[in-house]
Design a protein around this ligand. Structure first.
Ligand code: GTP
Ligand code: MG
Length: 227
């Protein structure tokens, strides 16, 4: 999070995931959705895309949104380039991230590639996922045949210790897993998943001082809904 002299707050959110999972498409669709109808965020500058002729991201995509309720809150949103060779670049882009949205290609045949992308994320984020960096998961391409579902991915998260036990004090901050389709017109849960990510990020900052807030940290619960 960056606080500027005029009191504006810049929150950094990164879409992470294996090559071709749909990160760029998700961000493009989020732009279109928030441009065409009034939501809690609106784009304030054009989406910057740096891509190969094939459409795969070469460096990153970058967009800027502003909260329509709290005009001083901005969201700087990146997508990483998913191709394997771009790892050094990905870890660079990840620096200073306040929240991450993991875009999974739900096709069963890609399960292992998705797991590898998650392992890489864990490595880059060290121990900060959930505890300091909220995590949202998109099971993308749900419009296709032979896809994994929420329970399947929950097992992956459990295995990777990114799914906290019901008794854990941070249980409420377990990643939310959304079924999504990023294709504009057929889109599903694109705004909702971003919105939940943004909401959690603000709560981490306000109530947890940059960390996942615990029960007792919410002194004024009423204000949560105003964000
Ligand atoms: N059927 C379907 N296709 C999708 C969906 N999301 C993205 N795609 C397609 O998947 C392909 C790859 O999408 P991108 O958005 O470029 O993927 P990416 O994750 O940005 O890929 P990299 O930049 O290489 O990491 C494109 O042909 C998209 O149209 C989806 O929800 N459903
Ligand atoms: Mg891309």
């Amino acid at each position: 999070m960056v606080l500027t002299k005029d009191g504006s707050v810049y929150i950094k959110i990164v879409y992470w995931g294996m090559a071709g999972s749909g990160k760029t498409t998700v961000l493009e669709t989020l732009y279109k959705i928030t441009k065409e109808s009034k939501r809690d965020i609106e784009p304030v500058e054009d989406l910057k895309k740096i891509e190969k002729a094939s459409g795969a991201t070469l460096y990153f995509d970058r967009g800027l949104f502003q909260s329509t309720k709290q005009k001083k809150i901005y969201y700087r949103v990146f997508t990483v380039a998913g191709q394997t060779s771009f790892l050094p670049l990905r870890s660079k882009i990840f620096q200073g991230t306040d929240a991450v949205i993991l875009v999974v290609d739900s096709q069963t045949k890609f399960l292992q590639d998705n797991v590898e992308s998650l392992l890489e994320l864990k490595n880059v984020a060290q121990d900060k996922l959930i505890t300091e960096i909220p995590v949202i998961v998109m099971l993308n391409k749900q419009d296709l045949e032979e896809t994994i579902d929420v329970e399947d991915y929950e097992l992956v998260l459990e295995k990777e210790k990114l799914w906290l036990d019901r008794k854990h004090e941070l249980y409420n901050w377990n990643p939310i897993i959304y079924d999504t389709c990023a294709l504009y017109g057929k889109d599903k849960n694109i705004y909702r998943s971003f919105y939940e990510c943004a909401r959690r990020t603000v709560l981490y900052q306000i109530y947890g001082n940059g960390k996942a807030p615990k029960e007792g940290d919410f002194s004024d619960k009423g204000s949560i809904n105003k964000i």
